[in-house]
Design a protein around this ligand. Structure first.
Ligand SMILES: [Zn+2]
Length: 119
């Protein structure tokens, strides 16, 4: 989660931990991260607690086998599910050895991904 740029408090009640563990088993972490990123993008207030995601949708995530929804307008390839890969733009935020962050097209699922230089 933190690797995906999401920093939230994981303080929660034991039953919430059990619920999250069950969702991790069922839906998988990539689906949870993708949901969390989409949620952060649409909320006005900063998300401080992981339980926010639990309440707003993690419980409704489908099983991993069906975790990739059909996205007719999003391009030919389904989202790869990589936690660093933005499901909308299909770009990954990477950090080079000088600590400089940059967006690169996801080599796994970006329809415009090419070798060589980006446009
Ligand atoms: Zn991708």
């Amino acid at each position: 989660m933190t690797n995906a740029g999401i920093t939230v408090s994981w303080g929660m009640k034991p039953q919430d931990w059990f619920a999250i563990a069950e969702i991790v088993e069922r839906a998988g972490v990539p689906a949870m991260v993708a949901f969390a990123r989409a949620t952060i993008r649409t909320t006005r207030e900063p998300v401080r607690f992981a339980t926010f995601f639990l309440r707003t949708g993690w419980k409704g995530l489908p099983p991993a086998a069906r975790a990739v929804p059909s996205q007719p307008a999003a391009g030919p390839a389904p989202h790869c599910g990589h936690p660093d890969c933005d499901p909308v733009t299909r770009t990954r935020e990477t950090e080079d050895d000088r600590g400089i962050r940059s967006l690169t097209r996801c080599p796994a699922c970006n329809p415009n991904a090419q070798r060589g230089h980006a446009a």
